[in-house]
Design a protein around this ligand. Structure first.
Ligand code: CMP
Length: 152
């Protein structure tokens, strides 16, 4: 079982796509085990995007990610980190294939609607930036046996 941080970015919130994106994650059989709306400030943006702070596009990226509220979630499931990244598609919405979230809803490299952790270390670091331990809920969905064979 893996956990990954998913952020519905300001463009997702402003375009009223929150429900449709959450539905796709739930339809896949992933579990949302934590969720909150918050407004990212400059300090949190620099922590979240630590690897991009020195890049030329960072000032525009910070302006964008702090422009409206976001919805942060912890999403859980077997191979959840890779599965969610695959569901998002490539960073640039203009090259993301149809059927992926970015391919279906985004036509931008920066305004790509959703962020998801790119590996286990990033997931652990990013989840800790947004959630305390007692804000994350572990539960076994009643429908779990109808999504996947035990031990698969
Ligand atoms: P995300 O998956 O959140 O990770 C870093 C973000 O930086 C990325 O999505 C894009 O929103 C943004 N980004 C990546 N590359 C560029 C770029 N070359 N120009 C502008 N924004 C970018």
């Amino acid at each position: 079982m893996e956990r990954t941080l998913v952020l519905l970015k300001p463009d997702c919130v402003e375009r009223r796509l929150i429900g449709r994106i959450i539905s796709r994650l739930e339809d896949k059989g992933l579990s949302i085990v934590a969720m909150k709306m918050l407004w990212i400030d400059s300090e949190l943006a620099k922590k979240h995007y630590a690897e991009h702070v020195q890049k030329p596009f960072y000032s525009g990226l910070e302006k964008f990610i702090t422009a409206a509220p976001v919805v942060a979630m912890v999403v859980e499931g077997v191979e959840a980190i890779r599965i969610v990244r695959d569901m998002l598609g490539p960073t640039n919405g203009r090259v993301a294939p149809p059927g992926t979230i970015r391919g279906d809803f985004s036509s931008s490299r920066q305004m790509n609607l959703v962020h998801a952790s790119d590996g286990p270390e990033a997931a652990a670091r990013e989840i800790a930036l947004y959630f305390r331990h007692d804000e994350i809920f572990s539960y076994t969905p009643t429908l779990a046996p109808w999504f996947r064979v035990e031990g698969e």
